[in-house]
Design a protein around this ligand. Structure first.
Ligand code: 4AD
Length: 436
C-alpha cells in the first residue's frame, strides 16, 4: 500500500478529494449526536475537521468528544472544499491518534486581559491573531532581504556589544565586559558607515536596545532595526530608496499574506494606497506651522520635538506615509550633516506612517568633514577616544553618504493595523516584562 501523504493545512488546495495525514492541535470543538466539528491548527493554517460517528465508530467518536483544547493529534482524512469558511477547505476525518493530551489549557476562546496574555505569551503565540502577525513579520523580513539584494546592498552585521552611544547616552543598557563597561547596541549605524566605505551599499538587520522608561504603544525596550547605509548618496536619493523599500514591503504583504490580513480584519484596499509613489515631503518648519494653525497644539513652537499626538495629526493630513524633513539640530544626534544653506537644521528626515502609527524611519545624510565632526563630538562632551575609529572614516577618503533605520516592529504594527507594538514581536521586552 502507498504510504499516506503527510501534508500541512496550508497545502490543502493541492489535495482536494485526496486522503492525507496531518499533524496538528485542537483549538476548539463542538459536537451533536452523530457529528463533531474540530477546529484544528498545524502552524501553517487553521481549518475545520468533520467527524461522522458512523464513519469512525462509536469508540473513537466518544474519545474525540472528550478531547480538550490544545491536544496534539495525528489525523487521517479527506480534504474537501468548504466555501463557507475563511480558509476555503476542511478535512473529513477517518481516523485520529492522540499524541499528547492537554488539560485545562489556560487560554480559552473567551476574552483575556493584556497582562494575562503577556504572562502566557509562550502559549498565546499559537492563537490566530499572533499567528497572522508573525507570518506577516516573516514576510516583511523576507521581503527586506529581497529588496536590498535586488538593489545591490550586502548585509554587514554590526556588533551588539559596543563602546559607543550613537543615539545619546540617556537610554543606554550598560553591561559588564570583563573589567570594563560595555553597552548593548542602540543602533548599528556607525559600523554600517564604516562598512559603506568598504562595500558601497550595505545594511544591518539586528536587535537594538533602548532603556527608555516610556510606556507607550510605540516603544519596545528591545526591537529589531534595519539600517541601510549608502556611499556616494545624498539625502534626496536616500529618501527615494526609503519610499521604494516601504512600498515594496507593503506590496509583498499584499501579494503573499492575503489570508493573514483577512484573519486580522486588515483591509487590503487601505494598504494598496501605500504602494503608490512618491510619498509626500514636508519640511519641519512647515509641519510646525501646520500644527500651530490647526489650533489643536497652541503651545507648539519651532525647536520642539514631536510627540505622538503631533505625529498623528501631521500624518492625518496626508493619505500616504509622509517624510518630515530637516529637523532642528538640538533634537537630533551628532552624526548628521547640517543643511547647506541653514545653520540650524540637519539634512535629515523621519518617515511618519499614516493612521496614527507615528515615526517608522529615521535617517539622514552624514557629516563627512573630520574637523566639523570632531567639533560636534567635543561640543557634546562625548568620550573622544570611543569615536576615534569613526573619525578615521573622515580621515581616509571621506565621501558623501546617507542612511536610515526602519524599526521592524513599528512597520509591522502599522501594516497589520494593530493597536500596540508589543503584538509585533514574539516575546516583547517592555518596561516591566522580561518573562517569558
Ligand atoms: O530614529 P532612530 O533612533 O534612528 C537611529 O537609530 C539611526 N541610527 C538610524 C540610522 O540612521 N541608521 O531609530 C530608527 C527607528 C525609528 O524610526 C523607529 O521606527 C525605531 O527605529 N525605534 C523603535 N522601535 C521600537 N521601540 C523603540 N524604543 C524604538 N526606538 C526607535
Amino acid at each position: 500500500m502507498k504510504p499516506m501523504k503527510q501534508i500541512n493545512i496550508i497545502d490543502s488546495k493541492d489535495y482536494v478529494d485526496q486522503e492525507v495525514e496531518i499533524g496538528g492541535w485542537l483549538t476548539d470543538k463542538r459536537s451533536s449526536g452523530k457529528i463533531a466539528f474540530l477546529q484544528l491548527r498545524d502552524g501553517t493554517g487553521f481549518f475545520q475537521g468533520v467527524v461522522l460517528k458512523n464513519q469512525v465508530g462509536e469508540e473513537l467518536f466518544e474519545e474525540i468528544k472528550r478531547l480538550r483544547q490544545e491536544s496534539s493529534l495525528k489525523i487521517v482524512g479527506t480534504i474537501h472544499k468548504d466555501d463557507r469558511s475563511h480558509f476555503g477547505y476542511e478535512i473529513e476525518i477517518s481516523s485520529l491518534e492522540v499524541l499528547g493530551t492537554s488539560e485545562d489549557y489556560p487560554i480559552t476562546p473567551k476574552e483575556h486581559g493584556v497582562d494575562f496574555l503577556l504572562d502566557h505569551r509562550h502559549l498565546w503565540l499559537r492563537s490566530k491573531k499572533p499567528y497572522a502577525i508573525m507570518k506577516i513579520r516573516n514576510e516583511v523580513i523576507r521581503a527586506t532581504y529581497e529588496f536590498f539584494n535586488k538593489e545591490g546592498f550586502i548585509k554587514i552585521d554590526a556588533p551588539i556589544l559596543t563602546s559607543s552611544a550613537p543615539e545619546g547616552t540617556t537610554e543606554l543598557f550598560k553591561t559588564k565586559y570583563f573589567d570594563r563597561e560595555a553597552y548593548l547596541s542602540q543602533s548599528g549605524q556607525l559600523y554600517e558607515e564604516a562598512a559603506a566605505m568598504a562595500y558601497d551599499k550595505v545594511f544591518s538587520f539586528g536587535p537594538a536596545f533602548r532603556a527608555e522608561k516610556s510606556k507607550t504603544r510605540r516603544h519596545l525596550i528591545e526591537f529589531w532595526m534595519i539600517e541601510p547605509e549608502m556611499a556616494f548618496m545624498h539625502q534626496e536619493e536616500s529618501l527615494e530608496v526609503q519610499e521604494r523599500y516601504i512600498a515594496f514591503l507593503v506590496q509583498s504583504v499584499l501579494d503573499n499574506c492575503q489570508y493573514e490580513l483577512k484573519l486580522l480584519d486588515r483591509d487590503p484596499k487601505i494598504l494598496e494606497k501605500y504602494t503608490k509613489l512618491p510619498y509626500p515631503r514636508v519640511s519641519y518648519d512647515k509641519a510646525i506651522e501646520m500644527l500651530q494653525e490647526s489650533g489643536e497644539f497652541p503651545d507648539t513652537k519651532w525647536g520642539d520635538d514631536f510627540g505622538s499626538p503631533e505625529e498623528t495629526f501631521l500624518a492625518e493630513q496626508f493619505d500616504k506615509p509622509v517624510f518630515v524633513l530637516n529637523y532642528p539640530k538640538a533634537i537630533k544626534p551628532f552624526y548628521m550633516k547640517p543643511h547647506p544653506t541653514r545653520d540650524d537644521v540637519y539634512l535629515c528626515a523621519d518617515l511618519l506612517a499614516p493612521e496614527g502609527y507615528g515615526e517608522i524611519i529615521g535617517g539622514s545624510e552624514r557629516e563627512t568633514d573630520y574637523d566639523k565632526l570632531l567639533q560636534v563630538i567635543r561640543d557634546k562632551g562625548m568620550n573622544e577616544p570611543d569615536y576615534e575609529w569613526y573619525l578615521d572614516l573622515r580621515k581616509y577618503g571621506t565621501v558623501p553618504h546617507s542612511g536610515f533605520g526602519l524599526g521592524l516592529e513599528r512597520a509591522i504594527t502599522w501594516i497589520t493595523g494593530e493597536d500596540h507594538i508589543r503584538e509585533a514581536i514574539p516575546f516583547p521586552r517592555l518596561l516591566n516584562r522580561l518573562k517569558p
